[in-house]
Design a binder for this molecule. Structure first.
Ligand code: SF4
Ligand code: SF4
Length: 434
């Protein structure tokens, strides 16, 4: 099934596919691991004492509202809680575990035949395992499956549309059985009859492999998707594959979307009783000596990752660092943040931005915006502080894809003004609430 879309997307830099294990750099597990208490909903209850001995799979804490657990990813001693830089650019608390390098381990879920689990037991298994969306947001997966009776289709997102990011393709290729088994378990968890696995049309080797494997499964269909940005965004995927639309959440139009890595992790978690505690991650960009896939223990500092790929490239210009890919990554002040189970990549780019010229009102930013926003109008309103008009321009719908800045012939950082607009509106809302 070949699908082409007429939506606002653009082709970006294409890099060779990396499927082979020999291209994987194994990053040494460090002496100290830092596990963030991720700020999704509420505060955490800490379940361990300072100095306590833990093993891989020991439960260290859980989020109060959702019960989402934090498990140790090394064996060793709890050494404290520190505020540290997190991949959203802010400081949050991290649990610090001193590694004894013994890799003692225990499973968090009884190991049995997952085929015997009922739908609700599969959903509960997602929560006990601590399964989160691994495509970037880290949203607890079980919340998508709990109380969603009206969904009829599952879409697995294997479309890594940002340049450099490659861990999805690699994992799908090397874990094809786990991918299809994971899809089957997720379909059962939600009572869904139909599933699609979406990958880029340029990933030929992977598509061939998936089509072969799909012959063993009922109603799991691989689809190839145009290789352009931002085709991996779930709104675009649902529109392209099903021609359905929604306001806030995909479930409104009967769809659950999961990242391919999340599905593979779920299958592995059901098989072994614990989620993978190593992460395959892309470390890349023209600011580095090489772009590579790395296998790294969750909780490892990004310093170690950069060292493993040979460090910064010897190039003219200032390099900057992003948590994520070059289009949607969050700018980071230093590599002093850690790899989480949902960090998609670490990118370092040489700053080639040109001095911005005045806006020529060409309208390209508006034309390319996949959310049909009016970035140039938003920018003008920010400059003139016309907050009431800003509220009408639906700035909150921006998905921060960066296309408006990317296409601007005047080299204006339009996205910067979108962020400013959101800050202005938030400030206005706070004032109204006071
Ligand atoms: S693309 Fe750049 S120059 Fe063109 S309207 Fe938008 S901000 Fe102005
Ligand atoms: S960053 Fe926001 S405003 Fe700019 S193109 Fe993307 S969705 Fe539109």
């Amino acid at each position: 099934m070949s699908i082409f879309s007429g939506m606002n997307t653009i082709p970006l830099l294409r890099l060779p596919r990396v499927y082979r294990a020999k291209q994987l750099i194994k990053v040494p597990v460090p002496d100290m691991i830092y596990l963030p208490l991720e700020p999704h909903f509420e505060a955490y209850d800490i379940e361990v004492k300072m100095g306590e001995y833990v093993v891989i799979g020991s439960r260290l804490a859980h989020e109060k509202k959702t019960g989402m657990p934090v498990y140790a990813t090394v064996s060793g001693f709890v050494r404290g809680i520190e505020p540290r830089l997190y991949s959203n650019g802010h400081k949050i608390d991290h649990l610090c575990i001193e590694n004894d390098h013994m890799d003692a381990i225990k499973s968090v879920l009884p190991i049995g035949d997952p085929d015997h689990l009922l739908s609700n037991e599969l959903v509960e298994a997602m929560r006990i395992l601590g399964l989160r969306g691994m495509g970037g947001e880290g949203y607890p997966t079980y919340l998508k499956y709990k109380d969603e009776p009206d969904v009829d289709t599952l879409i697995i997102n294997g479309v890594e549309c940002e340049p450099y990011l490659r861990s999805n393709s690699y994992l799908m290729y090397t874990h094809i059985k786990a991918l299809f088994e994971g899809v089957r378990y997720m379909m059962k968890a939600a009572g869904i009859e139909n599933a699609f696995i979406a990958v880029k049309e340029t990933a030929r080797e992977l598509i061939d492999l998936m089509r072969e494997e799909a012959k063993n499964y009922k109603n799991i269909v691989p689809v190839d998707i145009k290789d352009s940005y931002p085709m991996g965004w779930e709104r675009n995927l649902i529109d392209t594959i099903l021609n359905r639309h929604y306001d806030r959440y995909p479930s409104e139009c009967g769809v659950i979307v999961n990242n391919a890595e999340t599905v593979i992790a779920f299958a592995e978690g059901l098989r072994t009783g614990i989620l993978p505690f190593n992460r395959i991650i892309t470390v890349g960009g023209d600011g580095l000596k090489q772009t590579a896939l790395c296998e790294v223990r969750v909780g490892t500092s990004v310093y170690e990752l950069l060292e493993a790929v040979g460090g910064l490239a010897d190039k003219k210009g200032k390099a900057y660092l992003l948590a994520g890919g070059p289009m949607r990554g969050i700018p980071m002040d230093s590599p002093d943040f850690v790899v989480t189970d949902h960090l998609t990549g670490v990118t370092s780019m040489i700053d080639k931005s040109k001095k911005p010229a005045p806006c020529i009102h060409c309208g390209d930013c508006t034309l390319q915006c996949p959310m049909n926003l009016q970035p140039v109008k938003i920018m003008d309103c920010v400059k003139k502080e016309r907050i009431q008009l800003l509220e009408k321009l639906e700035v909150d719908r921006c998905m921060h894809c960066g296309l408006c800045s990317y296409v601007c012939p005047s080299h204006i950082d339009v996205l910067y003004y979108i962020h400013q607009a959101q800050t202005l509106i938030e400030g206005e809302d706070d004032n109204a609430a006071d």
